[in-house]
Design a protein around this ligand. Structure first.
Ligand SMILES: NC(=O)c1ccc[n+]([C@@H]2O[C@H](COP(=O)([O-])OP(=O)(O)OC[C@H]3O[C@@H](n4cnc5c(N)ncnc54)[C@H](OP(=O)(O)O)[C@@H]3O)[C@@H](O)[C@H]2O)c1
Length: 341
């Protein structure tokens, strides 16, 4: 028997998610792998904004996360035991697997992605070379249809997805403007990641102010908007976008803490889409799961060669998982927020 630590999603939040919505437990589990299974011990756990979306009582792309169960999450860890007939994995291998907020667990080999930890940190499988990187890559390049010389605005630009979107945008020959929540993040994306300009949305009070900021940094207007946040930034963009602009809806984090229960006002800005013959496309990482290798073939070398850079905000200690999740909604992370054992 093995003592397994777990975080149980226990109570649906009424407003802001807090550690009180989770229950910690330690349970003795029989982790004896059967044929085709391995035991994985977690080293890095992911916290992601979608976890708060799944805490809404409403269906989204799937039913809400059930209460009373281990919080679902991507995990990077090491194989510690292999069952009969397993040849694809061996003890000591690094894998990424959707094991949730558990310290260890039994996993089918087919549910594990083998990682090559020689060239990049295995933790990158939770961000730049994982799900966030995948939606950054396909969302911008396929839904955004960028052409060299165009201008891109990305919101949530210092986060896991946004920081990668902006850098792919630069590699695609775009002028890139990032919208972030602090001057420090603005400096990081411009001075270290190569964004052309940054706007600190906390210094902008309303839609008019954001439109002015766009006009100042993009005098020829903006062609593509990769939206991670919604809110004032999105409203301002819609009112000032170029002809045939493309809006990519990747996330709307400014709305998640309401649990998506707040009655929708309904879109009031759609007339601009008529004038500008613009398009708005929702993108979901799981739609591109089957194309993961295609993304890794391009992004892997970019990361290894330093063409795409990343940052991790690492919180030490499995017991801090709920706290780390809450930090996503206060901007506590620069780059990807992860928890380390
Ligand atoms: N469609 C998909 O398949 C998919 C996949 C992954 C992620 N996403 C979405 O992409 C977005 C970013 O996800 P991520 O994993 O990369 O997270 P992240 O950007 O690394 O972390 C969240 C960031 O959002 C910003 N934020 C929090 N509350 C905000 C608010 N009220 N207004 C504006 N910004 C706010 C904070 O940065 P500041 O300090 O800059 O405010 C925070 O650091 C989320 O909306 C997420 O749901 C979608």
């Amino acid at each position: 028997m093995v003592l397994v630590k777990q975080w149980i999603y226990e109570v649906r939040p009424e407003a802001d998610v807090s550690p009180a919505n989770y229950r910690y437990e330690e349970v003795e589990q029989d982790l004896t792998p059967v044929r085709g299974e391995v035991v994985v011990e977690g080293v890095y756990w992911s916290v992601d904004p979608y976890m708060r979306i799944q805490q809404s009582s409403k269906d989204t792309w799937e039913a809400p996360h059930p209460t009373g169960e281990v919080q679902g999450a991507a995990v990077v860890g090491r194989v510690t035991r292999v069952g009969e007939g397993v040849t694809a994995l061996k003890v000591g291998d690094w894998v990424e697997t959707y094991m949730g907020w558990s310290s260890a667990g039994l996993r089918a080999v087919a549910d594990c992605r083998l990682l090559n930890a020689d060239e990049v940190s295995p933790s990158t499988a939770l961000h730049v070379l994982g799900m966030p990187g995948r939606i950054a890559y396909f969302g911008l390049l396929e839904a955004g249809k960028p052409r060299p010389g165009e201008t891109l605005v990305v919101s949530g630009a210092a986060g896991a997805v946004g920081s990668i979107v902006g850098q792919i945008g630069k590699l695609a020959g775009l002028r890139v403007i990032g919208v972030v929540g602090s001057d420090e993040k603005a400096r990081w994306i411009t001075e270290e990641l190569g964004f052309d300009a940054a706007i600190n949305y906390r210094q902008v009070t309303d839609v008019e102010g954001m439109k002015q900021a766009f006009a100042e940094h993009a005098p020829d207007g903006v062609d593509i908007y990769y939206d991670n946040t919604g809110g004032v930034t999105t409203d301002a963009f819609i009112e000032s976008m170029n002809l045939r602009a493309r809006i990519i809806i990747c996330g709307q984090i400014s709305q998640y803490q309401s649990g998506l229960e707040v009655p929708n006002m309904g879109p009031r800005l759609l007339h601009h889409f008529l004038y500008k013959r613009a398009t708005m496309t929702g993108v979901l990482a799981r739609d591109y799961t089957a194309r993961m290798d295609e993304m890794l073939k391009v992004m892997g070398p970019w990361v290894r060669d330093g063409k795409i850079r990343y940052n991790e905000t690492v919180i030490d200690g499995f017991e801090k998982l709920p706290e780390a999740l809450c930090g996503l909604f206060t901007g506590a992370n620069t780059g990807k927020m992860i928890v380390k054992a």
